[in-house]
Design a protein around this ligand. Structure first.
Ligand SMILES: C[S@@+](CC[C@H](N)C(=O)[O-])C[C@H]1O[C@@H](n2cnc3c(N)ncnc32)[C@H](O)[C@@H]1O
Length: 322
């Protein structure tokens, strides 16, 4: 039956484009198989709760033969995204790091343990994620090197020049605005400091030529995932904004082909396997394999990041403060 209240809630989310609201109530409902906020149970602190799309270049891709293992493959790809950013930043033991938008802190635990920077400070606007992150940091014995708090990347609660590296792993598309974040990141970096991000944008302008109906549709769906219109940038605009903020050596390295198609297939598998697990008998593994096969055959232009959000680029963004 047509649920007026649900439609009203969805419209409100689209208009507010509020990441805290999105990450407190709606993730998981959106991406079946990703943890819903109320399902997070911390036991050892090491159970992974990543919420990025994954970097799949060196990870076994999901297909009809391995879809039962989608959970593990997805998490491996998500961890690879954190490794990619660490390598891009040349993260070392000397570095004091600011991490903006850390989810449930998987990346901070990984960086602290595997790259051993001097200190990591994380800020995040979603209080429940900060609470879970802190609990995990305590359980993993990293409290002396990782500090997490509620705060916004657009009003960074630290002084000028305090950090060697600023990270934003698949979070900057939410910041209101990404431009404000670039200025703040520049301020809190020391001269020679590095900004490294994983982020979505458009290879070239996909908006201006579109008709009103299509523009409204993209605006609605972007709002639903808390992606404000002010952040709809092309690669060229991104480079210009890095420059305006004062950064040098701005670069966007495309990894779109190692992100979007593979995660699209993974999500098809995850949806099916999660449904089979939550309601046994509702979906057969044969049906999941069929969905996965269909997902693998999709053209790039059919993927949801293009059809809903109009983003065809996923890039590792890097720049230095002179
Ligand atoms: C797609 S999730 C990525 C989480 C994490 N990086 C990961 O890979 O698992 C985006 C994150 O950005 C955070 N976020 C959104 N807007 C923010 C802001 N203005 N300041 C700090 N964090 C923000 C959200 O709460 C969420 O944790």
């Amino acid at each position: 039956m047509f649920d007026v209240m649900q439609v009203a809630r969805q419209l409100k989310s689209a208009v507010l484009a509020d990441p805290e609201r999105f990450y407190s109530n709606e993730t998981g409902a959106w991406v079946a198989g990703l943890p819903r906020p109320q399902e997070i149970r911390v036991v050892t602190g090491r159970e992974p709760f990543w919420i990025n799309l994954g970097y799949w270049r060196d990870v076994e891709r999901v297909d009809e033969t391995n879809c039962e293992r989608v959970g593990d493959l997805f998490k491996a790809a998500q961890a690879q995204m954190a490794h990619l950013l660490a390598r891009t930043a040349r993260l070392s033991e000397r570095d004091v790091v600011l991490d903006c938008g850390f989810g449930y802190a998987d990346q901070d635990i990984l960086w602290a343990e595997e790259y051993r920077p001097a200190r990591i400070v994380g800020i995040n606007v979603t209080p429940n994620q900060v609470r879970v992150g802190k609990e995990r940091v305590k359980l993993t014995g990293l409290e002396d090197r990782v500090r997490l708090e509620v705060g916004s990347a657009t009003q960074i609660p630290f002084g000028d020049g305090e950090f060697d590296v600023v990270f934003a792993l698949e979070s900057a598309m939410h910041f209101r605005t990404r431009g404000d974040f670039l200025r703040e990141a520049f301020r809190v970096l020391r001269p020679g400091g590095r900004l490294v991000m994983a982020d979505m944008c458009q290879k070239t302008d996909r908006e201006s030529g579109a008709g009103l109906r299509r523009r409204l549709r993209h605006r609605y769906w972007r709002g639903r995932i808390a992606f404000p219109e002010a952040n709809v940038w092309t690669t060229q605009r991104y480079l210009t904004e890095l420059n305006i903020a004062g950064f040098h050596q701005g670069k966007l390295e495309s990894i779109a082909s190692d992100v979007y198609p593979a995660v699209n297939t993974a999500l098809a598998a995850l949806r099916g396997m999660t449904a089979a697990e939550r309601e046994p008998g509702s979906v057969t593994v044969a049906k999941v394999r069929e969905d996965v096969r269909r997902a693998r055959q999709m053209e790039f232009e059919q993927l949801q990041w293009l059809t809903l959000f109009n983003c065809d680029e996923y890039a590792v963004v890097s720049a230095e403060k002179p």
